[in-house]
Design a protein around this ligand. Structure first.
Ligand SMILES: Cc1ncc(COP(=O)(O)O)c(C=O)c1O
Length: 449
């Protein structure tokens, strides 16, 4: 095999050599503060948090604990999966209703590929749309009983781009302290004033609004329909009352509520029996229950029209691949057609919760939904416990500080409609057994951990 080096690679290599030489020279002659500062400013390893990453990696190596992240699944990861050739029970899938890989969805995806290929190649503004884009938007609007909806290529980018776009420096965004990072970063992007209220503490939200709402033009309250860290939900009727009294918009992120809450899995509005039109902005993702990828906004005509024509994350970004739109559309159809999946998922949530409580495990705020935290407190034991469970054939992810408050690290169990009672019982039993042993071992290792 011949190896050819492009002019670009040569130039990059030249720059690298010069940089190394500069570093060597500076080191040999004793660097001035200015040179040191300059070298630091181009050294990626000085970026915020990099030292901490290195520290945790070396700690893991010292104690023989593998990183629990980026585990490689070798096939479809639902209630079961396969990692490194080993069949495992899986509690780390958001495929709540077990729709990923459903034959009808696979067939819809294949038909869309045959017709449109795999990419839409550019923004819908400039390169046009496909019928499946509008069909999915119509289906989502009908699902929420609102005028219209708009789909985006990423759930994260939906929050980031939409919140960042509809608010400005004269406005206020106020969100639950457990709101997803995409909500927080959307607030940052907007330039609006940002406040958070303690998790699900609506008295506190009400008080904050009473004292500061008057200083701002527009106010957006953002909550999640179902919180992905704690598996609990906010009091939506009360939020509607509060937002109306303070003349604010209410945005509900249904990423984890769709397919999970409400008798038929329609989400928070169905769960609380409210008129969905009372919520100003419904946001959701296609990546979880709908076994796809992307986000959506559903609401009144003016909101959706404004976003369709102006929001950068839609206007200047590629359209959703038609294959994804077609499969999410089919998944929504199956969810509506087969409410028994939702019933089973809800039974599983209740069963898992009582199994955990009976075994003396701390489930934090877990409300018996499809997400159940098992609170471990410190980060290191949570990571070690996840590894021990992996060795026993159970895949469950730890969530550690700073993703959750210090002393609130946990294992996070995601249940699906496909988990059997015996599988959940086995997982709880193994968790309780291993947790006792891990805690004993950690105590013996001392305060470093
Ligand atoms: C509440 C919430 N909102 C938004 C997102 C982002 O969605 P996606 O992963 O589909 O981009 C997530 C992802 O986990 C989430 O949990």
């Amino acid at each position: 095999m011949t190896s050819k080096t492009s002019p670009l690679a040569n130039a990059a290599r030249q720059r690298l050599l010069q940089r190394v030489e500069a570093m060597q020279d500076a080191a040999s002659i004793g660097m001035s503060d200015r040179v040191t500062a300059e070298l630091k400013s181009i050294d990626f390893s000085t970026l915020s948090g990099y030292d901490e990453l290195r520290f945790y990696r070396s700690l893991g190596q010292k104690f023989g604990v593998e990183s629990p992240y980026f585990r490689m699944h070798e096939g479809l990861a639902g209630s079961h999966t396969q990692i490194a050739g080993k069949a495992l029970l899986n509690f780390s899938s958001y495929d709540y209703l077990g729709l990923n890989g459903h034959p009808e969805i696979v067939a819809a995806a294949k038909a869309a590929i045959d017709r449109y290929g795999v990419s839409a190649s550019a923004s819908r503004h400039v390169a046009g749309e496909r019928p499946v884009h509008r069909a999915l938007e119509q289906a989502l609007a009908d699902h929420y009983g609102v005028a219209d909806s708009l789909i985006f290529v990423s759930g994260y980018a939906t929050n980031l781009g939409v919140i960042g776009h509809i608010l400005g420096p004269k406005d206020l965004v106020i969100y639950d302290s457990l709101a997803h990072n995409s909500v927080v970063m959307g607030g940052v992007l907007s330039g609006a004033a940002r406040r958070s209220f303690p998790h699900n503490d609506l008295d506190s939200l009400d008080r904050m609004l009473a004292s500061i709402r008057g200083h701002f033009e527009r106010t957006l309250i953002v909550v999640e329909g179902l919180y992905s860290m704690d598996g609990d939900y906010p009091d939506l009727p009360r939020l509607i009352e509060i937002k109306s009294r303070h003349s604010a918009w209410l945005m509900v992120d249904e990423a984890h509520a769709l397919g999970v809450l409400g008798k038929r899995g329609y989400g928070s509005a169905e769960y609380f029996g409210i008129d969905p039109q009372q919520v100003d902005i419904w946001m959701g993702t296609l990546s979880k229950t709908l076994a796809g990828c992307g986000g959506y906004i559903a609401g009144c005509h003016e909101l959706v029209e404004y976003l369709r024509l102006t929001v950068g994350v839609f206007v200047y970004s590629v359209a959703m691949p038609p294959v994804i739109a077609a499969s999410a559309l089919k998944a929504l159809e199956i969810m509506h057609r087969e409410p028994q999946r939702v019933t089973k998922l809800q039974q599983n949530g209740a069963t898992f919760r009582s199994l955990a409580l009976n075994r003396g495990l701390d489930i934090g705020n877990g409300a018996g939904t499809a997400i159940c935290p098992i609170i471990i407190a410190d980060s290191a034991p949570a990571v070690v416990l996840s590894q021990r469970l992996l060795e026993r054939g159970i895949n469950v992810q730890p969530v550690t500080h700073p993703a959750v408050p210090a002393k609130a690290s946990r294992l996070r169990f995601f249940l699906t409609a496909m988990h059997a009672d015996a599988e959940m019982a086995a997982a709880i039993e193994a968790t309780a057994e291993e947790l006792g042993q891990v805690r004993d071992r950690m105590r013996a290792l001392g305060p470093l951990l």
